[in-house]
Structure formats: C-alpha cells, structure tokens
Design a protein around this ligand. Structure first.
Ligand SMILES: Nc1ncnc2c1ncn2[C@@H]1O[C@H](COP(=O)(O)OP(=O)(O)O)[C@@H](O)[C@H]1O
Ligand SMILES: Cc1cn([C@H]2C[C@H](O)[C@@H](COP(=O)(O)OP(=O)(O)O)O2)c(=O)[nH]c1=O
Length: 251
C-alpha cells in the first residue's frame, strides 16, 4: 500500500468547482470526491484509504455515503434498503427517495463542509442513480437528469473514482464477506446478476460522457495494486488543484 502523502498542503483549494455553477457553488472552497462502482468492488475499503491519504496531507476530510450521510437522509436509506416490508417499492418512488435523501444530505452535510473548506469523500452519489435506477431499472435518463439539476443546482464531484471489475467476481467477494460477517443482502442487493450487468454498463456510459471527471480504477487486482492506482489518480488531481489555488492566490 502506498502511504506516501499526496502533498504537503495544509489548506484546501479555494478554486471554483467544475460543471455548471450557482451562487451557492461559487462559495464552495473544499473539494468533492466520490467513489462509485457495483456491489463488492471495494468502495467502502477504499473510501477509508482515500480519507487517510488526504488527511496525511493535513486536509480536513468529511467521510460520508449515499443513500444517507445525515440523520434524516439515513432514515430515508432505511426505507430504501430494508427488505422487510412485503409491499414492493415502485421504481419511481425509489428514484424520488434517492433524490430526497440526496437533497437532505447536500443541505445538512455536503454543502456546509465544502463551504468551510473541508474536502468531502462520499461512497456513491448521483452516478449511482444513473447506473442503478437508469441502467438497472431502465428509468429515463432525462428524468434523472432533471432531478439532478433540481437537487444539485450545478454542484458536481471534482473527481469520481470508478472502481470497475466483472460483476461475477465482485459478487464472489460480497458472498465471502457475508459468510464471514453473517450479514444479509439488502433490498437492492437481492437483484439478479443481469441487473448488476446493466448497472456496470450504466457506469461506463456516465464515465464516457464525462471522462475528465472520472478516473477508472481496475478493482480486479490485489488491494495493494488498487490503492497504488488510487493514490496515483489522487496525486495527479491534487497537484492540479494546488497549482490552480496558487495561481488564484497570486492574481
Ligand atoms: N482488491 C481486493 N482484493 C480482494 N478483496 C477485496 C479487495 N478490495 C476489497 N476486498 C474485500 O471485498 C469485500 C467487499 O469490499 P467492500 O469494500 O465492502 O466493497 P463495496 O463497499 O464496494 O461493496 C470485503 O470483504 C473486502 O475486504
Ligand atoms: C446512491 C445510490 C445507491 N443505490 C443503491 C446501491 C446499493 O445497492 C445501495 C447502497 O448500499 P450500500 O450498502 O451503501 O452499497 P454497497 O453494498 O456497494 O457498499 O443503494 C442506488 O440504487 N441508487 C443510488 O442513487
């Protein structure tokens, strides 16, 4: 595992975020990093690694996740993932609850953190909605895009690490973890393999539509190799963000 700090910076970047901007977004001074990918590819494991790498640079980091990430958003997560109610959750309700949780998460956790200059590292964000509700469920991309505009008001991640590997191998990892911990599958994890193949394609389409924002990480290798690739992807961006900040300071 590479534990070399990415930089020696002690203050986060104050340059403007990527993507469309609003009055809210131009106040943002922290950076927003998301981790994406299907079930079992190693997101949770590597969120911790990204946080540790950034903290080693003296950066204040807020670690969070979706759906969830604030008290009320976590309550919505429970509604979304609990397999217990016999009544099935219709696809439109699932989509709207994902964005309801996201709106609350942005208001309560993400925007305040970015505004005070902290960096936010989030396990899943809107690319997951395009992949799962768009790719997996087949809901129209235009509907998801409309909700994205409504809820995010131009805010987009600065960097998305897409952990990518074949579905079957990732499901094998998940099965091993479940056998070890005794945890059960949540409502969405109970979907068939075909659903997760469509999710993977959905992620590839998002990445291909916005290649600058994404770094694709081959997750089908040893953890040490995965983390070396993540560290390299981070180091490249952090250096750029530092340069942009220095240029801004001099202006
Ligand atoms: N590169 C890797 N090689 C082998 N096993 C891994 C690797 N990365 C993560 N794992 C293991 O795979 C399982 C799923 O990882 P996890 O981080 O929980 O995935 P996710 O959050 O994407 O569902 C865990 O048991 C984890 O220890
Ligand atoms: C954020 C988000 C998650 N999801 C799904 C993906 C996961 O199945 C579930 C979140 O569960 P989680 O346990 O956080 O994912 P993982 O098992 O990969 O660590 O919610 C969506 O369907 N749409 C979304 O917009």
């Amino acid at each position: 595992m590479s534990s070399r700090p990415l930089s020696s910076r002690t203050t986060p970047s104050c340059s403007t975020p990527s993507g469309g901007q609003t009055a809210v977004d131009t106040c943002q001074s922290g950076r927003f990093i998301t981790l994406e990918g299907g079930e079992g590819v190693g997101k949770s494991t590597n969120v911790a690694f990204v946080v540790a790498e950034l903290e080693a640079c003296g950066i204040e980091v807020v670690r969070t996740r979706e759906p969830g990430g604030s008290e009320r958003a976590e309550a919505i997560r429970q509604l979304l993932l609990d397999p217990a109610p016999a009544e099935s959750l219709c696809d439109d309700a699932e989509l709207l609850l994902m964005f309801a949780a996201r709106a609350q998460h942005l208001a309560a956790t993400i925007r305040p953190a970015l505004a005070r200059g902290a960096w936010v590292v989030c396990d899943r964000f809107t690319d997951a909605t395009f992949a799962y509700q768009g790719g997996g469920r087949g809901l129209p991309q235009a509907d998801i895009a409309a909700l994205e505009t409504l809820v995010q008001k131009g805010l987009q991640p600065d960097l998305t690490l897409l952990l990518d590997m074949p579905v079957e191998a990732a499901r094998g990892r998940l099965a091993a973890r479940r056998a070890e911990t005794g945890e059960g599958a949540d409502r969405i994890e109970q979907e068939a393999e075909q659903f997760f193949e469509a999710v993977r394609i959905g992620y590839h389409q998002r990445r291909d539509a916005d290649p600058e924002r994404f770094a694709t990480i081959n997750a089908d290798q040893s953890l040490m190799a995965v983390q070396a690739d993540i560290a390299a992807a981070l180091a490249m961006r952090v250096a750029d963000w530092q340069a942009a900040t220095s240029a801004g300071d001099k202006a």
